[in-house]
Design a protein around this ligand. Structure first.
Ligand code: AHR
Length: 548
């Protein structure tokens, strides 16, 4: 629904207003209350900002290295690639005949940079697009594939990038495939056949067709979702109706030739708790995961979200307020899931998250291209710390999206590529993948803005398989450094190394003319005296340290 509104900015005022009215009426119950609360909370923020002065914040951190939490599933560091704007075409796929160096059509520079992130899982082909995608359009000789309108995001899809190309990308990246099936305009048969085509090693007609199309051995497909946002662009369904549809479709997701699929159901967004309640009550036992979508808008207003690059401290603050809300959403959706699934068998899959800003002047309406600044890096660091904290329930998260769309890792312009501040956060945080969560106690002063305040620090700790302890810390305060008096209980720290991502301005960014304006440097802001460790975390920074 939200994205339709974005795309429909291009429609006439009347159609647009009609859609807006529908949205407001439809969601007036569950969502409007929270929206009102957010507005109420944000009103003072949007007045003249009166920030704190630049004294040092004193904080304390206890890392309980002698205790162990759950494993941080590496899939929390997952990604999402939709047929949208210049993500697939140009961003990832340039075709075999392109002058841009490529491997079987996939651009080498982008794939090389993504490999550095250890992408664990990649969701495709949408988003809203998945509920209009018919997989048979995207197999066989490319020059024979049909060209179809991309009804969600505009333009025409050549289908040059289909199942084989996506699986090739996953293999190049070493990522697991997460395929999002079509419920909105598809059928259980179409879904069932796609799975057979990809995963069967038999001599069935579809498995033979895959071989004729160049792939002898079946692929592994560990994750398959039954639709996307079926409460919105995926079919405007009621939760009761979708719960039944889910059960029907999920029945036909079969395991062929040793492949084991985790079946994922469409979950809620934001604070739409009724959806989670109904899905868990009526279909919980048939699923392995339930999704959650939450986007950070500086304003909470889909018609005027705020600029990606031109903002001051009040917008910085407002963006972080809204990012932090995901903690509450995860807690409350998890509490509902706990009622029906106390064993935590069903994962909460936050398979769309990230910042969403206004379209840049001159850019395509449906392309959702946006720049990425230090503020996005801070947003990424906070979110990843929150997902780690909830690792007992959150089993996957997929930032939206991988290249050229929303909070991207990479931006491209023809043969040029830049790595965003968000890319560097994912690179620094990859040490948490599959590590054991270590409990922490963090006490940090508040970052105040007018009458409101936020915790000024966000942190997370884990121990990897080699026994190394990693701590990620974000200083949300753009003015005040933090002096963190740190105790590591249960270990003696002998050696510290670390990286820091920061800049002198809140909106520091990498551009095609200046691609290295912001990148990680060595972190040297620590002092170890006996067992007393002091960390000096600069204002507006993301730090990851390794303790041995
Ligand atoms: O990520 C962009 C869009 O946001 C997705 O297609 C949709 O699922 C969500 O609303």
């Amino acid at each position: 629904m939200r994205e339709k509104l974005i795309f429909h900015e291009a429609l006439s005022d009347n159609v647009f207003k009609q859609r807006l009215t529908q949205l407001m009426t439809k969601t007036l119950t569950a969502r409007s209350l929270s929206l009102l609360l957010v507005f109420a909370f944000s009103t003072p923020i949007l007045k003249t900002a009166s920030a704190q002065t630049a004294e040092t914040n004193k904080a304390s951190l206890v890392i309980h290295s002698d205790q162990a939490g759950p494993t941080i599933n590496r899939d929390i560091y997952g990604h999402f690639a939709e047929h949208l704007g210049r993500l697939i075409y140009e961003g990832l796929w340039v075709g075999e005949d392109s002058k841009i160096p490529n491997t079987r059509g996939l651009r080498n520079d982008v794939v090389g940079a993504l490999k550095e992130l250890h992408v664990p899982v990649l969701r495709w082909p949408g988003g809203c697009f998945s509920d209009e995608y018919h997989w048979k359009d995207g197999i066989g000789p490319r020059d024979k594939r049909p060209r179809r309108p991309n009804a969600s995001w505009g333009g025409v899809d050549t289908n040059a990038f289909g199942t084989h190309e996506f699986m090739d990308l996953c293999e190049l990246l070493g990522a697991d495939a997460y395929i999002n099936g079509n419920v909105g305009s598809g059928t259980p048969q179409e879904m069932m056949e796609w799975i057979e085509y990809m995963t069967s090693d038999s001599d069935s007609t579809l498995a033979q067709m895959r071989r004729q199309n160049g792939r002898e051995k079946p692929w592994k497909v560990p994750f398959f979702a039954v639709g996307n946002e079926t409460w919105g662009c995926g079919g405007e369904m009621r939760p009761e109706y979708y719960a039944d549809e889910y059960r029907r479709y999920a029945t036909f997701i079969k395991n062929y030739s040793g492949n084991r699929i985790q079946k994922l159901a469409v979950g809620s967004h934001d604070d739409y708790y009724e959806w989670t309640e109904v899905l868990m009550a009526q279909a919980g036992r048939f699923m392995n995961g339930l999704s959650l979508h939450y986007y950070t808008l500086p304003t909470s207003n889909w018609q005027k979200k705020g600029s990606a690059t031109e903002f001051g401290e009040k917008e910085w603050y407002a963006t972080l307020v809204r990012t932090l809300r995901i903690d509450e959403f995860i807690q409350k959706h998890s509490a509902i899931m706990d009622k029906y699934d106390p064993q935590k068998r069903v994962g909460l899959m936050v398979d769309e998250w990230g910042t969403w800003y206004d379209r840049e002047p001159g850019r395509d309406m449906g392309a959702l291209y946006q720049q990425n600044t230090l503020r996005d890096a801070v947003v990424a660091g906070i979110n990843l710390n929150i997902f780690n904290k909830h690792a007992d329930r959150v089993k996957m998260a997929n930032i939206a999206q991988m290249v050229n769309v929303l909070q991207a890792m990479i931006l491209t312009d023809k043969e040029k590529m830049v790595l965003t501040p968000t890319y560097y956060v994912f690179k620094m945080y990859k040490v948490h993948q599959d590590a054991t969560l270590i409990p922490i106690d963090l006490s940090s002063p508040e970052y105040k803005m007018d009458q409101n305040s936020l915790p000024s620090l966000s942190a997370s700790a884990s121990r990897d398989k080699e026994g190394k302890l990693h701590v990620s810390i974000v200083n949300l305060d753009p003015n005040r450094p933090a002096e963190v008096s740190t105790t590591v209980s249960g270990s003696t720290v002998k050696n510290i190394t670390g990286e820091i991502l920061t800049a002198s301005t809140m909106n520091a960014m990498n551009t095609f003319d200046n691609p290295s304006a912001i990148k990680p440097g060595t972190f040297s802001g620590y002092k170890l005296q006996g067992s007393q460790l002091t960390l000096n975390i600069p204002a507006k920074s993301v730090v990851v340290i390794e303790l041995q």
